[in-house]
Design a protein around this ligand. Structure first.
Ligand code: COA
Length: 177
């Protein structure tokens, strides 16, 4: 199955809403989405990018359909170091378990590298989300540390624990340094 990434467009909003389930809400979007709200979010991302923000979001495409999203954002700081580029993703429930997320992470790492952004790609997996941690490991990321989030809390008010996984943006320069 061929997987590709394309910059998110407002026209992708219905597919993104269709691809959302309880796990996507819990671990990625933080709330149930509507088509109007998602299109407005994509418009806002484009305006933010024009204004100089660095976050970029892509649709994950397979078999002619948008089956998920993935983004990179070097401005995410919670739990991270300078030079880290955070990656976050979600895949439609009916496409899970087929390597789609791992391939999408590999593709976005290539984009980050080509664009010369940051020094290390990172994935922050909530310690209660083993599927996300598995995606990071399968995409060649190394578990760096666990940190308590300074921004997110659990239902009982305690800080969310983030498992931080990293992979050099340019593996060749990392190997030679
Ligand atoms: C996490 C997510 C993106 C994975 O997408 P996917 O396309 O199924 O991922 P892949 O098929 O590339 O790899 C998934 C791996 O996780 C494993 N996995 C899935 N559920 C798991 C679980 N509950 N515990 C441990 N491993 C799990 C799969 O078995 C697979 O590993 P394997 O190939 O060694 O068997 C998808 O589950 C999702 O959209 N979840 C909701 C959003 C989310 O959690 N996003 C992460 C925020 S950074």
């Amino acid at each position: 199955m061929e997987i590709s990434l394309a910059p998110l467009r407002p026209a992708d909003a219905p597919a993104i809403v269709e691809a959302e389930d309880a796990l996507t809400v819990r671990w990625l979007s933080g709330g149930e989405s509507t088509v109007e709200g998602t299109a407005a979010y994509i418009d806002r991302l484009a305006r933010d990018a024009e204004a100089g923000r660095a976050k970029r979001a892509f649709g994950i495409w397979a078999e002619g359909c948008c089956v998920g999203t993935i983004d990179y954002d070097p401005e995410v700081a919670d739990g991270l170091d300078a030079g880290d580029v955070n990656i976050a993703y979600g895949v439609a429930p009916w496409m899970r378990g087929r390597g789609v997320a791992v391939r999408a992470v590999e593709l976005i790492c290539a984009v980050i590298r080509e664009r010369g952004i940051g020094t290390r790609a990172v994935i922050r997996a909530d310690a209660r989300n083993p599927a996300s941690a598995r995606v990071a490991e399968k995409a060649g990321f190394v578990h760096l540390r666990d940190v308590e989030s300074t921004e997110e809390t659990r239902e009982d008010g305690s800080p969310v624990v983030l498992k931080i996984f990293g992979r050099p943006v340019d593996p060749e320069s990392a190997a030679s340094s």
